[in-house]
Design a protein around this ligand. Structure first.
Ligand code: SF4
Length: 459
């Protein structure tokens, strides 16, 4: 826990502390007098006193933003010295890394000096961010009226042991499926009407989860039919688990204009799949990919680094295994154990060094095979304080870029879905969150529709 004399610093400093310790008490004292920021940090018998020459902006937001940056760096350097650990992203926490790089460029600062010398980001990570910012440039400049539409399906076939999403096992929650889809169709109808009334320009449509393909085919068809006629420039169905993909599903998706799907094995090792509670094998992935070859879908495949019992060698075998099937995109996730997952606390985690080495090796293998990194995000509690990176060797997924970089409003339907309105040029985002729990979502449908209409009302 952090004890600090300015409460607005507490959350950010705790993020830095968590990079080094799961539990530790650290005291921090910061005092600013024009052009000098002084600090005193202590942990057990360790103490550091120092200062930065910096003129903090006068406006309240700018003042806090820059104050936090310096406070986090001071704490990172202190803890890094005590522990002898240096982390891949250094003191960079709490902001989307590619967004920060664009911000630093816009402020006219020297990005190498800022990332490498000030934040202590490692050179290979800065290189990754520079490539990503370049690859996603085309998807960043959306107009004020642009909007994405997200449809969430909170059901899966079983529950993976690392999962912390609000997702129900469809085999146990089967009686909720039809009432859920009924409510979802009501929300979709209202949302489509809102798009038309407000003259919003629909850019992308994304059906995610959970595992959308865990629904019975006739329920999927009801949802797809409700979305017919919208003509987004990109339409994704996050199919997910390979064992839920079959010809009838692919036929249905193609008929309704879906252009992107994902087939996610997470690993090629069946023993690991059993250990993490996924009821499929790598052979199911191979079979699903063979079926996809008959359709013009762009296919994404997700893998996870740091699964129990897997090190660099196992992960690289997974990469080779999926690359043999030539998915257009590959997303490399770092295992992230949050509360709510069965695996948390129970797992012997990979060391940070191993995960970092795996991530470097994955980057090399993917880029040597023509995959370009195009979006990145980091989560608290991820192994080795690393990132999740989307690589593509074709058309990038604009929805993912919009979502990670928060450059386009999104109207979101379904339990636990979060609608966001991005006010361009104001660095302002407002949100409306749907209830997580399915029965509450169903019961509150009218209030949800009203809440979203209010958010997208005239300014
Ligand atoms: S498929 Fe995804 S959402 Fe479903 S249980 Fe596994 S990790 Fe969670």
């Amino acid at each position: 826990m952090i004890k600090v004399n300015h409460s607005f610093l507490e959350a950010d400093l705790n993020d830095v502390l968590r990079l080094f310790f799961t539990e530790a008490d650290v005291e921090c004292q910061f005092d600013y007098q024009p052009s000098v920021l002084r600090f005193r940090l202590s942990y057990g018998v360790n103490e550091r006193i120092g200062e930065y020459s910096v003129a903090l902006p006068e406006d309240a937001l700018g003042y806090r933003r820059i104050f936090k940056r310096y406070a986090k760096v001071a704490l990172y350097e202190f803890l890094s010295d005590i522990t002898g650990k240096s982390l891949p992203y250094g003191a960079l926490t709490g902001i989307r890394p590619a967004k920060l790089l664009r911000q630093i460029r816009a402020e006219g600062e020297d990005e190498s000096d800022y990332f490498l010398n000030f934040l202590h980001v490692k050179p290979q990570k800065l290189q990754l961010l520079q490539q990503i910012v370049e690859a996603q440039a085309d998807a960043l400049s959306e107009e004020e009226t642009a909007v994405d539409l997200y449809v969430g399906i909170p059901f899966c076939n079983g529950r993976c042991s690392y999962c912390s999403f609000v997702s129900s096992d469809i085999n146990k929650a089967g009686t909720l499926v039809v009432p859920y889809v009924d409510a979802l169709l009501g929300e979709i109808a209202d949302t489509v009407a809102l798009i038309r009334e407000r003259g919003l320009q629909l850019k992308t449509l994304y059906i995610g989860g959970g595992t959308p393909s865990s629904l019975p085919l006739e329920q999927i068809e009801r949802i797809l039919s409700a979305l017919d006629g919208l003509s987004p420039s990109e339409y994704t169905f996050e199919a997910g688990r390979p064992d839920s993909i079959h010809t009838e599903l692919l036929e249905l998706l193609a008929r309704h204009g879906v252009g992107r799907i994902s087939v996610n094995p997470q690993t090629v090792h069946d023993e690991t799949l059993r250990a993490i509670g996924r009821r499929h094998t790598f052979a199911d992935y191979e079979r699903a990919m063979a079926l996809c070859k008959d359709y013009p879908f762009t296919v994404n495949t997700d893998l996870i680094m740091g699964l129990p019992g897997e090190g660099t060698e196992e992960f690289c075998a997974s990469l080779s295994g999926v690359m043999a099937h030539q998915p257009h995109d590959i997303t490399v996730h770092t295992l992230c154990l949050k509360s709510g997952s069965i695996l948390k606390e129970k797992t012997e985690r990979l060391s940070a060094d191993t995960t970092e080495q795996t991530s470097e090796q994955a980057y090399r293998m993917l880029t040597e095979n023509g995959y370009i990194p195009y979006y990145v995000y980091r989560q608290k509690y991820s192994a080795g304080a690393l990132e999740n990176t989307g690589y593509s060797r074709g058309k990038i997924c604009r929805y993912n870029v919009h979502n990670m970089e928060e450059v386009c409003s999104v109207l979101a339907c379904g339990a636990n879905a979060i609608t966001k309105r991005v006010f361009m040029g104001e660095s302002r985002i407002e949100r409306y969150a749907n209830p997580k729990d399915i029965p509450t979502y169903i019961a509150k449908l009218s209030a949800i529709n009203e809440g979203k209409r209010k958010l997208f009302g005239e300014e």
